[in-house]
Write a protein that binds this ligand. Structure first.
Ligand SMILES: Cc1ncc(COP(=O)(O)O)c(C=O)c1O
Length: 311
């Protein structure tokens, strides 16, 4: 976000309700709001954020191209950039949503930033932008790129990245970027080794196929049990959301039965499968046996949920 501010010489950022971009003050605006705010005004998610930051961030609902376009058209001359997770948490972009954002930001020369910390090298070797066919101006990468070690990258157009290079932009435009773990050689070696493995033919097809087997299995289990649940996402990253409504924006997940998800996760754990609070991340290391074990455990969990529901 600082890079696009330096490049555009404007300050306001447009982000999306429910979008996660780390723990900085700007990102902690309407990341997990408890109430519907008066859009486009942001709701701070944390104590300790200066009041002034609220005025620097505009919030749009994810997957609502008309609302985002209207905001960009109205505020384009104040906007430093538009940032989003192209696949926000567990929510897929509607067809045309990303391309629509690409078109309107290009029209007003407002940089479009994809936060691909989660999706980079996961949805495809070229990330969500390869899968969805939309290229941003700037992109963040983390997690897979370091093979689980502390490594992240900001990539994109040279004209924006030049602001990290004093020789290119001079003192006024320069953005220093240093950190304790920057340039960590072990993380770099782990990341390069991971990328080499991901480049093997068939790697992404295998990850996708493993995840799709799980997704189909879960779908069948919940359908047969008569429990309203959406299996949302793509093969390499998905989750179960306990609702009968489609998953389109932050409120689709925030207003679902998340206590039920907690019970399901706990039941999976009791049956030998460890899953995070939200999301299944599928790895190349997962085998058909793992899929079977997971679906067997899920079968037991679903039966227990059903009994609990009846009681
Ligand atoms: C989409 C996204 N952006 C940003 C971050 C923040 O990264 P970090 O924890 O390295 O600050 C995360 C962390 O999970 C993330 O999922």
């Amino acid at each position: 976000m600082r890079a696009v501010r330096a490049y555009r010489k404007r300050e306001r950022i447009l982000k999306f309700e429910g979008g996660f971009h780390g723990m900085n003050d700007y990102a902690l605006m309407s990341m997990s709001p408890k109430r519907r705010a008066n859009s486009p005004e942001p709701a701070p998610d944390s104590a300790g954020i200066p009041q002034v930051v609220r005025g620097e961030v505009l919030i749009a609902p994810f997957n609502d191209l008309a609302a985002a376009t209207a905001l960009i058209e109205k505020h384009h001359d104040e906007l430093a950039g538009v940032i989003l997770e192209p696949f926000q948490r567990v929510i897929s972009p509607k067809p045309g949503f990303l391309q629509g954002l690409r078109d309107v930001t290009a029209k007003y020369k407002v940089p479009l930033v994809f936060d691909e910390i989660v999706t980079g090298f996961r949805f495809a070797y070229g990330g969500a932008q390869e899968l969805y066919g939309v290229t941003p101006d700037l992109c963040t990468l983390g997690k897979v790129i370091g093979g689980g070690f502390p490594l992240a990258a900001v990539v994109g157009k040279a004209a924006i990245l030049d602001h990290f290079d004093k020789a290119a932009v001079g003192d006024e435009g320069f953005m220093p970027q240093i950190g304790t773990l920057s340039g960590n050689p072990i993380a770099a070696a782990a990341g390069l080794a991971t990328l080499k493995i991901l480049q093997r033919p068939g790697a992404y097809e295998k990850i996708r196929a493993t995840g799709e087997k799980l997704m189909a299995g879960f779908r069948d289990l919940f359908r047969s049990a008569g429990i309203p649940a959406q299996i949302t996402g793509v093969g390499s990253l998905f989750d179960i959301v306990f609702t009968d409504k489609p998953i389109v924006d932050y409120w689709s997940t925030a207003e679902a039965d998340n206590a039920m998800l907690g019970r399901f996760n706990q039941l999976l754990l009791e049956n030998g499968v460890l899953k995070g609070n939200t999301k299944f991340y599928v790895s190349l290391a997962h085998t058909d046996e793992d899929v079977k074990k997971t679906l067997d455990a899920a079968g037991v969990a679903v039966a227990a949920l059903k009994t609990g529901k009846a009681a």
